[in-house]
Design a protein around this ligand. Structure first.
Ligand code: FAD
Ligand code: NAD
Length: 466
């Protein structure tokens, strides 16, 4: 007889494993199926965690190399790339094993294999020897994530033409790297290899980087990255990539029709990701997709089938680990009869470059488009004592508040620890706070967070330190 579960989650990424744990906490007999042989999904295995590890290590390398500017002489600084990669791999292993422990602790049954629909209530699991196990389930949650997109006719070999996966494991520092797409992945991975010594060129289709980000922040971000040595080619379209034995030539056309070729050792294609519904056998049960091939769900994450749900990168919305996690919790609570909910207005986005860039809520451009009247408060890290004390004072905090009610509508930061500072604004926004609420909250001195308080004060033109 087939094993029977109350809930089966297909995919063990941040959406799937978090959902499975919450379902089990709520008393449901739960299974989680993962095909890659290791839990944690894209995020822990080939995404957030290895990239943040390399961002941190390359930043430390870069900083140590320049310490003599601050009066600390330490002689020759050398890179040992294979050791650095081992350090990154160790972080991944520790965390993925940690997730396996959490599933066990919460009594979630973990199946290693590829899950697919046999019927509405039966899931087939094929392991890497192609051995099939069939389990029965009342409810199924699809959390199969996303995959990198390439350019038409161009295939990743993960050596010369790479996706983020290849860019996380180069065996030597490329001399010249071309990054196609100036979004999250391109700028984070471009920063890593630039700090380790590569000449990095970013070829971007639009006239600005990180589309969707507040424009003022995005242009400051590009200025800072240029100063760090990254070379930008904006409004360039990649026409073709010719791969040779050990390098590639990229042919581009700019907005005026001028053609330009780039030769390079490696090319990172980071032009977005697509939902992953491969091998799920969705046709068998007639699950509907939207026009971007994402699984179509209602506000309770329910597909067109009553007992099948979907969350994370495989549905609409920002492709972020914390969004997937929150959806995982919400859908589990809904299935258990509670009122799970995700507030899409307060999902932060962070680019983990140096400095970090973080944003939450509406951008100025969105407020204009929505015809919402707003006030702006801004404060530069140049006037923040902690940032000055440690000579890390690039960037600023920008808070947008409703012109009449003063309610915080959005915040956009570029600067030291921006990814941590944004959490305070997230909590404030969840409580419907005004900029005055933030301004009247006592912030410790000397901290970077005082820049948030001063930006809030500046909404009503009463910043003290500028
Ligand atoms: P995934 O993490 O993709 O997990 C889905 C899992 O399902 C995969 O492990 C896959 O093997 C498995 N699977 C697929 N099909 C099947 C099947 N049929 N049967 C069984 N298992 C299956 N987000 C952030 O918030 N912060 C970051 O700093 C960040 N950095 C990133 C850096 C990089 C380089 C990349 C590529 C992404 C990054 N992201 C980041 C995005 C983040 O990784 C994703 O948004 C997140 O992993 C989505 O979670 P998910 O659970 O929906 O899907
Ligand atoms: P992205 O959507 O962030 O950026 C893609 C960029 O490529 C855009 O600037 C776009 O204009 C450009 N582009 C698209 N087609 C192009 C073309 N033909 N030629 C030149 N440029 C082109 O996508 P990504 O960087 O691949 O990352 C995918 C997703 O992964 C992100 O959207 C994000 O959700 C997630 N991610 C998040 C983090 C983080 O949270 N720190 C880090 C990495 C990835």
């Amino acid at each position: 007889m087939a094993d029977k579960f109350q809930a089966v989650v297909i995919g063990g990424g941040p959406g799937g494993y978090v959902c499975a744990i919450r379902l089990a906490q709520l008393g449901l007999k739960t299974a989680c199926i993962e095909s890659r042989g290791s839990l944690g999904g894209t995020c822990l295995n080939i995404g957030c965690i290895p990239s943040k590890s390399l961002l941190n290590l390359s930043d430390e390398f870069h900083k140590v190399k320049h310490l003599s500017n601050k009066g600390i002489e330490i002689g020759d600084v050398k890179l040992n790339l294979s050791k650095m990669m081992k350090s990154k791999d160790k972080a991944v292993t520790v965390l993925t094993k940690g997730v396996e422990f959490l599933l066990k602790k919460n009594k979630v049954t973990y199946f290693k294999g590829t899950g697919s629909f046999k019927s509405k209530n039966e899931i087939s699991i094929k392991d890497n020897q192609n051995k099939e196990t069939i389990i029965e389930t009342d409810k199924t949650i699809i959390a199969t994530g996303s995959l990198p997109v390439s350019l038409p006719g161009i295939e990743f070999d993960e050596k010369i033409i790479v996706s983020s996966t290849g860019a996380l494991k180069f065996e030597k520092v490329p001399k010249k790297m071309v990054v196609v797409g100036g979004g999250y992945i391109g700028l984070e991975m471009g920063s890593v290899w630039s700090r380790l010594g590569a000449e990095v060129h970013v070829v971007e289709f639009l006239d600005h980087i990180t589309p969707g980000m507040d424009k003022e922040i995005s242009s400051e971000f590009m200025k800072i990255l240029k100063k760090q040595g990254i070379i930008f080619h904006m409004q360039h379209k990649v026409e073709k990539i010719k791969k040779n034995n050990s390098d590639a030539i990229i042919s581009t056309t700019d907005k005026d029709g001028n053609k330009k070729d780039f030769d390079c050792d490696v090319v990172l294609i980071s032009v977005g990701r697509k939902p992953n519904t491969n091998g799920l056998n969705l046709e068998k049960v007639n699950i509907s997709l939207d026009n971007k091939n994402r699984i179509k769900v209602d506000k309770n994450f329910k597909t067109n089938l009553d007992n099948v749900f979907a969350i994370g990168d495989v549905i609409a919305g920002p492709m972020l680990a914390h969004k997937a996690e929150d959806e995982g919790v919400a859908v589990a609570e809904n299935i258990a009869g509670q009122s799970g909910h995700v507030n899409y207005d307060t999902i932060p986005g962070v680019v983990y470059t140096t400095p970090e860039v973080a944003s939450i809520g509406k951008t100025e451009e969105q407020l204009k488009e929505l015809d919402i009247k707003y006030k702006i408060g801004k404060f530069s890290f140049m006037a923040n004592s902690r940032a000055k004390a440690i000579d890390d004072a690039e960037g600023f905090v920008k808070i947008l508040a409703d012109e009449k009610t003063d309610k915080v509508l959005g915040a956009h930061l570029i600067g030291p620890h921006a990814g941590e500072l944004i959490a305070e604004i997230g909590v404030a926004m969840e409580f419907g706070a005004s900029s005055e609420d933030i301004a009247r909250t006592c912030h410790a001195h000397p901290t970077f967070s005082e820049a948030v308080k001063e930006a809030a004060l500046s909404v009503d033109k009463r910043a003290i330190h500028s």
